[in-house]
Design a protein around this ligand. Structure first.
Ligand SMILES: [Zn+2]
Length: 331
């Protein structure tokens, strides 16, 4: 089965900005998220993990400096059996009070250009309003046309709401370039961050104003998954990205089964996209391969089982279609 991760973040070492108050607050917030979700992502593992174990699982290098690289990501992908991955920088510019992005698009371009058959660049030119929409539009056009970036990421958490009309020239440019837009939707995990900017129903304005723009909504809009599903039902240009599902769903639980079955029911199997957020890893690949709607849940809720054809679309074929990539032959 061809496996293509729609969301892998790449972040170099960050000890130079670790004294900013938001950075410290964000580390605490992230630790809380990982403590609550990561141990539950691994099927069969119930115990709390140590930070070291978490890093191992999430491909971060053990040591004082958990910096990452394209090479480290490809190594993890090989271990897990993931053929391709969309790779994104982390902006988080407000976290260092504007000192620097966690990872710049230029750095990311250098890391991934060594692996053109494995890694697909997704640029993030935000935060859009504070950087200036005009500047952001210039950069994204350059990155797509000159540096081979194949998609664009919007992170409204530290910007403005998805439907703020000051963003229209940005959406317009992405639609014109013919590349998809990946948007963080649902709750904000980080500090500083505003979940209210990422509510799934804000996508209505964008989907109606830009029907030619393909949008992948990351994290299923969690915890507002019902609203996300209803939007995807209405707009054929809206796809649901399932990154972090094993975390929200607490592994292969009934809850996870309902979350995925509902998304598949409303959006359809052609518009569900698998991804991790934490980077390709064996735990999440096991989840992807083994996840199924149990007989009990099928009986109680009337959901169909996940067919192997649906699983292959979810695992990578839908994403390959969105990015106009011919999937490589995989056994
Ligand atoms: Zn994410």
């Amino acid at each position: 089965m061809f496996i293509f991760d729609c969301e892998c973040h790449l972040v170099p070492a960050a000890s130079d900005i670790n004294y900013f108050p938001f950075y410290k607050m964000n580390q605490i917030a992230l630790r809380g998220t990982l403590r609550a979700t990561v141990p539950l992502m691994l099927y069969g593992i119930q115990d709390r993990m140590t930070v070291e174990e978490m890093r191992k699982m999430t491909r971060r290098r053990i040591g004082k400096e958990p910096g990452e690289s394209g090479a480290a990501l490809v190594e993890k992908m090989d271990e897990a059996g993931v053929q391709m991955a969309c790779v994104l920088p982390e902006s988080f510019l407000p976290m260092s009070l504007g000192a620097r992005m966690m990872s710049t698009n230029g750095w990311l371009a250098q890391e991934i250009e060594k692996y053109p058959d494995r890694l697909v660049g997704v640029c993030n030119v935000g935060p859009l309003i504070s950087r200036g929409v005009k500047n952001a539009v210039w950069e994204l056009e350059y990155l797509v046309q000159e540096r081979n970036f194949k998609a664009v990421k919007l992170y409204p958490v530290d910007d403005v709401p998805i439907n703020d009309e000051r963003l229209w020239p940005y959406y317009e440019k992405i639609q014109q370039l013919g590349v998809p837009l990946f948007i963080h939707t649902g709750y904000s995990w980080c500090i500083p961050g505003r979940s209210a900017n990422c509510l799934p129903w804000l996508l209505e304005d964008v989907c109606e104003a830009f029907p030619g723009l393909t949008i992948v909504a990351y994290h299923m809009g969690y915890p507002f998954t019902d609203a996300m599903n209803m939007c995807a039902m209405k707009y054929p240009n809206l796809y649901i990205g399932t990154s972090l599902l094993p975390g929200f769903g607490h592994g292969m639980s009934v809850r996870a089964q309902i979350l995925l079955a509902e998304a598949m029911m409303y959006a359809g199997a052609d518009r569900i996209v698998w991804g991790t957020d934490l980077g390709a890893n064996t735990g999440e690949v096991e989840f992807l391969k083994r996840f199924q709607i149990s007989e009990q849940v099928r009986r109680d809720y009337g959901y169909p089982p996940i067919s192997e054809e649906d699983r292959a679309k979810w695992a990578g074929l839908n994403l390959a279609g969105i990015l106009k990539i011919t999937p490589p032959q995989v056994k």
